[in-house]
Design a binder for this molecule. Sequence first.
Ligand code: CU
Length: 468
Amino acid sequence: MISRRKFLGAGAIGAAIIAPPWRVAAEDAPYMVQEPRPAAVPLAGVDKPAVSVWGYNGKVPGPLIRARRGERLRLRLKNGLEQPTTIHWHGIRIDNAMDGVPGLTQDAVLPGGEFDYSFIAPDAGTYWYHSHAKTWEQVARGLYGLLVIEEETAPKVDRDIAFAADDWRLDGDGQIDEQSFGAMHDWSHGGRMGNWLTVNGLTDPVIPVRAGERLRLRLINTANARTLAFDFDRLAAHVIALDGQPVPPSSPGVDGVILAPAQQADVIIDIDGKPGDAIPVWEVSTRYRLKAARLVISGKPPLRDRPPEEPVVLPANAPLPKLKPNDAKHIELVMEGGAMGGLREGSIDGKMFSIRELVEKKLVWAFNGKAGMQKQPLVAIPRGRTAVINMVNKTAFFHAMHLHGHHFRVIERDGKPVAGAPWRDTELVKRNEQVRIAFVADNPGKWLFHCHMLEHVAAGMITWIDVA
Ligand SMILES: [Cu+2]
């Protein structure tokens, strides 16, 4: 059996450009070490003091991990932090024991301790990994990286580029604002919003390209709480996958490629321009257009005169199991709480607490009146049955709802049926919105279902599903 994997850090000059992989025999393959540890990186700019972060193997983003679909990945977490930690492989329909959720699928790995992750990724696509312990601090400090699962037959592109975007909150000294970790205002409002944008751990990095090239950009939003949107200036862009799963090519439109926290997108871009041109990539989620990165065209002659006519269409992953709505288990999920949410009380494992008591516990959000993680699951569902979850957002905020171990699709929004929605692992639910999702609960185990705005999940927006 043949296996291959490769680890790359973010390149000093800009994006981590993905080079040809190397191969090793699986039985000889050593565990690749992922060591989260303190480091100093130039994320605020090369002319600014290095920023103290926590990074896997001292890098932000952590090493870029690649494997081919169906191959086994072996990764050894060695905890170089002074806090317990785990790694979650985001978006992978993974063996439950490898999902990395402390207290649910494994014990947290103590400082100095180790844990071996070994799993097969069943779907090709762009995914990521991140800490799943005290995420509101550990992910905010830099503990994340890109996980690329290659197709057996990769679509033809000239360059394959990682684009991991993050929203940092830096203080007056240009360091991570540690004073505001755990700030109640963030937890009860929209989460920890930053003031500094990076791509691949760099400020406005140069991404070298060549005229006439076709790029595949692998976008992820690793921010704690901010929804990001990217616009490629005068270049035509086509979205070909969302949350790892192929979609028919489509133009992103005037609002750009929108990524809620934790979402992933693959985008094809044809480089049109002349040597020396610098084409900005804009972050357009607010009225301030921020420069996220620059595509700089090299002096080489154009690779081709005009863009290839054929659009890139990704080969389908193994089809997800067919939904059976007529035999579905229906689950209601009322989202309540937060500032202006009017939550008066909530329960924890059957015991009622007033909102004042909940605030003392820093639990200010609830699902179905239950604040935070409970001993009982939201639902226990037999393996193979279709689950339909009706999310009703009664809060004044958006929530990026993430399901572990499965992909789901939206089937109804605000009472109107939705057909042919993409398969996703994370869906943004707007304030006062109702969204019904469906998936086949075919992966046995205990799976979290939570808001990926990391202050919201810490402050109560978390539950789990038991598939047996
Ligand atoms: Cu939320």
